[in-house]
Design a protein around this ligand. Structure first.
Ligand code: UDP
Ligand code: MG
Length: 153
């Protein structure tokens, strides 16, 4: 089943929103396949945000992403990459639709609560960058038969 990669950014840690954000993913019916806390550094951020390293805001972004440890997650579900991007909302929290995580929990373009992979290909690359294979668990959550119909597969 499809997997996506999430970072609960330092803004989530500092504002005490870890539980609220994880609860949203669980209530939606997404399976937590991996979860851990880690301190990001310049090296991993330059890889993760390679598309942004030349942008003027990159030094601020880097500092912001290293301000506290972060929580990284792998979520699993049918079409999970696009489902989670929809739940997260637009990059700038002030423009994100109410009801989305960024739309409900933030006011900043940079301090925007979560990272979520933007494609299936990038999700695979990001999961491999942040997790060892043995840190990702394939298990049958008991609620699974109530979340999906056989027709969904
Ligand atoms: N970002 C920023 N200023 C910008 C664009 C992006 O500070 O003008 C930050 C913001 O924290 C964003 C991250 O860089 O989440 C990655 O940018 P991307 O365009 O990949 O947005 P996302 O996929 O997170 O919505
Ligand atoms: Mg992105």
């Amino acid at each position: 089943m499809e997997q996506t990669f999430i970072i609960l950014k330092p803004s989530t840690i500092n504002r005490g929103l870890v539980g609220d954000v994880i609860t949203r993913f669980q209530r939606k019916g997404l399976i937590i396949a991996g979860i851990k806390m880690m301190q990001l550094d310049e090296k991993i951020l330059r890889e993760h945000y390679a598309h942004l390293v030349d942008r003027p805001f990159f030094p601020l972004l880097e500092k912001s992403m290293m301000a506290t440890p972060v929580i990284v997650m792998v979520l699993r579900g049918i079409d999970v990459v696009s489902v989670v991007r929809g739940m997260v909302g637009a990059t700038n929290c002030r423009k994100a639709t109410p009801g989305t995580i960024r739309g409900d929990f933030g006011m900043s373009g940079q301090e925007n609560i979560v990272h979520a992979s933007d494609s299936i290909e990038n999700a695979a690359v990001e999961i491999a960058r942040f997790f060892r294979p043995e840190e990702i668990f394939d298990y049958e959550q008991l609620t699974f038969p109530a979340i999906y119909s056989p027709d969904d597969f």
